[in-house]
Design a protein around this ligand. Structure first.
Ligand code: AMP
Length: 298
C-alpha cells in the first residue's frame, strides 16, 4: 500500500494505472461505516484510493476541527488489511497552499436547508475538497455513505453541474447494535449518552411505520411520530425531524417515493444526524446493524 502525501506524488501514482479506479474520501478515525465503502470499492475496482483529510474548510469557526478524533496509525493498519492500493494523506497546506482562492459554492435551496442552514459554509467546504480530490485521484467511481444524505445530494448535483465523468456509489448506513449510525464523532459520547442515542433510530422506525400504514402518508403525521419518540428521551434534543426530496431537499407535504426521513439531534455537546431513504421503487434503505465483534475489525 502506497502512502502518498503530496498532490504531485498522487498524480504520479495515478498516472501509472490504466484500469478502473475507485476513490473513498474520508476524514479518518475509521469505523465499520468507512470500511464498508472500502470493501465495496475493493470488490468493484481494479485500484482503490482512500483519502484521509480532515478538511478545515468544512468546519465552522465554533466546530470541532482542533479536537476531531484522529488515529492515523490504526487507520493505516486497517487500510493495509483491506488491500487498499494507495492512501492519500495530504497536509492542510498541501491542499490549501498560501494564496488559495477558488471555492466551489453550491447555492439555492439544497444548501440553504437541513445541515446547510445549520452549518453555513459547510457544503462549500465539502464541494471544494471533493472536487479537488476528484481532480487529483481521477476516479471513475467515488464511494459515499447514505448517512450523509445531503452531502450525497450536493456532490451528485456538482457532478451534473460540472459534467464530471464520475459515478457515485452510495452505501447504506452502518449502525451499532442499538441502531446508532456509526460516526467518528461517536467517540465523544459517554456510555450513558450512547445508550440515549438509540432513540434516533427508533424515531426513524416510527416515521417509517406511519409511511407503511398508508401511502402517500401525511408528512406532518410522520414528523410528529418521529418527534414523539425522541421526546421520550429527555436528554436528546431534536434539531429537526423532516421529510424531504432526496435530490432537491425540498420539504414534502405528502410522503411518496422517493423521500428521505431525516433526523438531527443534540446529545450533550454532540450533534447527530441520521436518515432512512425511501427509494423510487418503493424499497427502504434503513441501513445495516452490525454485530459488536465485527466493529472496526477488518
Ligand atoms: P467522514 O470520515 O465522516 O467524512 O466519512 C467518510 C465517508 O464515510 C462519507 O461518505 C460518509 O458518508 C461515510 N460514512 C460515515 N459514516 C458512515 C456509516 N455509519 N455508514 C456508512 N457510511 C458512512
Amino acid at each position: 500500500m502506497r502512502i502518498v502525501r503530496t498532490v504531485q506524488a498522487m498524480r504520479h501514482e495515478r498516472a501509472q494505472w490504466t484500469g478502473a479506479v475507485g476513490l473513498v474520501p474520508t476524514m479518518g478515525y475509521l469505523h465499520e461505516g468507512h470500511l464498508s465503502l472500502m470493501r465495496r470499492a475493493r470488490a468493484e475496482q481494479e485500484k482503490v484510493i482512500v483519502s484521509i483529510f480532515i478538511n478545515p474548510t468544512q468546519f465552522g469557526p465554533h466546530e470541532d476541527l482542533a479536537t476531531y478524533p484522529r488515529d492515523i496509525e490504526r487507520d493505516l493498519h486497517l487500510l493495509e488489511s483491506l488491500g487498499v492500493d494507495a492512501v492519500f494523506l495530504p497536509s492542510a497546506s498541501e491542499m490549501y497552499p498560501q494564496g488559495f482562492t477558488t471555492y466551489v459554492v453550491p447555492t439555492g435551496p439544497l444548501v440553504e436547508q437541513g445541515e446547510g442552514e445549520i452549518r453555513p459554509g459547510h457544503y462549500r467546504g465539502v464541494a471544494t475538497i471533493v472536487l479537488k480530490l476528484f481532480q487529483i485521484a481521477q476516479p471513475q467511481t467515488a464511494y459515499f455513505g447514505q448517512k450523509d444524505a445531503q452531502q450525497v445530494a450536493v456532490i451528485q448535483r456538482m457532478i451534473r453541474d460540472f459534467n464530471l465523468p464520475i459515478e457515485l456509489a452510495i452505501m447504506p448506513t452502518i449502525r451499532e447494535a442499538n441502531g446508532l449510525a456509526m460516526s467518528s464523532r461517536n467517540s465523544y459520547l459517554t456510555s450513558t449518552e450512547r445508550r440515549q442515542t438509540a432513540v434516533l433510530y427508533r424515531a426513524l422506525q416510527a416515521g417509517q411505520q406511519v409511511c407503511q400504514q398508508a401511502m402517500p402518508a401525511d408528512a406532518q403525521a410522520v414528523r410528529e411520530a418521529m418527534q414523539a419518540v425522541v421526546a421520550s428521551e429527555p436528554e436528546v434534543t431534536v434539531s429537526y425531524a423532516e421529510i424531504r426530496d432526496p435530490e432537491t431537499f425540498f420539504p414534502l407535504t405528502t410522503v411518496q417515493a422517493p423521500a428521505l426521513l431525516l433526523i438531527a439531534a443534540q446529545v450533550g455537546s454532540i450533534r447527530l444526524i441520521d436518515n432512512f431513504a425511501l427509494h423510487t421503487d418503493g424499497t427502504w434503505d434503513t441501513g445495516v446493524i452490525i454485530a459488536e465483534e465485527r466493529k472496526a475489525d477488518a
